[in-house]
Design a protein around this ligand. Structure first.
Ligand SMILES: [Zn+2]
Length: 258
């Protein structure tokens, strides 16, 4: 049933639009609407970025029973709102239980060097993400969050550089609420409600956006995104050049040994 359009709703939509265009975080628990069309991520750079992404993640595509490969940032599975998670969904993917999924998700996150990973980043349609595991964030605490909700957030915000495993080498300044009050069920199916601060609050918000099909490039202005992409292309070129140099050195070393 369509919701009645009240003055509050109009105001909320306007705020949402303002947040997206200003680079602030959008209202988090709302469905993504037409606003996304204001800033399509599939621009002229999508193809080269996709190629670079594939090149960088090629080695991760090798079959590894303990982790999942990342899907490209242009994959529609990453850009759709995910339905609520129920345990019987796991069967279809031959996953025994929440713990098995959580473990494999954690392994994948560690393998790619991230501090948060959503199931839809690896092509799984589960409203679930894993976060943490970094020794300097809450002593390495890991959270497996199923059906996450943000119940409350601080008015005070903080601007910080942020990355995303689906967009290698892309870093964007994102303004986010400082703390959040969250709720989710864990790998045992138990409900957890807690306040998160600092990096944990930021990661939870970032991953929670993935649940609704948002990616962090949606949260910044077109100009900011273009600037970020230029820096990303530079970083990727540098990395590839360094890799090639290492390869050449390896060949040289081997030749000298013969
Ligand atoms: Zn991400």
């Amino acid at each position: 049933m369509a919701e009645k359009l009240t003055p509050e709703k109009i105001e909320e939509a306007a705020r949402h639009y303002e947040n997206i265009t200003s680079g602030k975080t959008p209202i988090l628990d709302k469905e993504k609407g037409l606003l996304k069309e204001q800033q399509p991520i599939l621009d002229s750079q999508a193809k080269p970025i996709k190629d670079m992404h594939e090149q960088l993640t090629k080695h991760l595509k090798k079959k590894d029973p303990n982790s999942y490969p990342l899907i490209p940032p242009t994959d529609p599975r990453l850009l759709m709102k995910i339905a609520p998670f129920t345990d019987d969904m796991l069967k279809e993917f031959e996953i025994k239980d929440r713990e098995e999924l959580s473990k494999k998700m954690y392994n994948s996150m560690v393998k790619y060097g991230g501090i948060g990973l959503s199931a839809n980043q690896v092509g799984l349609p589960f409203r679930m993400f894993v976060m943490g595991g970094h020794p300097q964030i809450e002593e390495g605490k890991v959270r497996n969050c199923f059906n996450p909700i943000i119940k409350d957030l601080s008015e005070e915000t903080i601007n910080m550089k942020e990355g995303c495993l689906s967009f290698p080498f892309l870093f964007l300044m994102i303004n986010r609420p400082k703390w959040v009050n969250v709720q989710y069920t864990d790998e045992k199916g138990e409900t957890v409600e807690e306040y998160l601060h600092g990096m944990s609050a930021r990661i939870f918000q970032h991953e929670n956006e993935h649940m609704n099909g948002y990616v962090f490039t949606d949260l910044v202005s077109k100009m900011k995104l273009e600037r970020g992409k230029k820096a990303q292309a530079k970083l990727i070129k540098q990395t590839i050049r360094a890799q090639q140099q290492r390869l050449r050195n390896d060949v040289k070393a081997k030749t000298l040994k013969v």
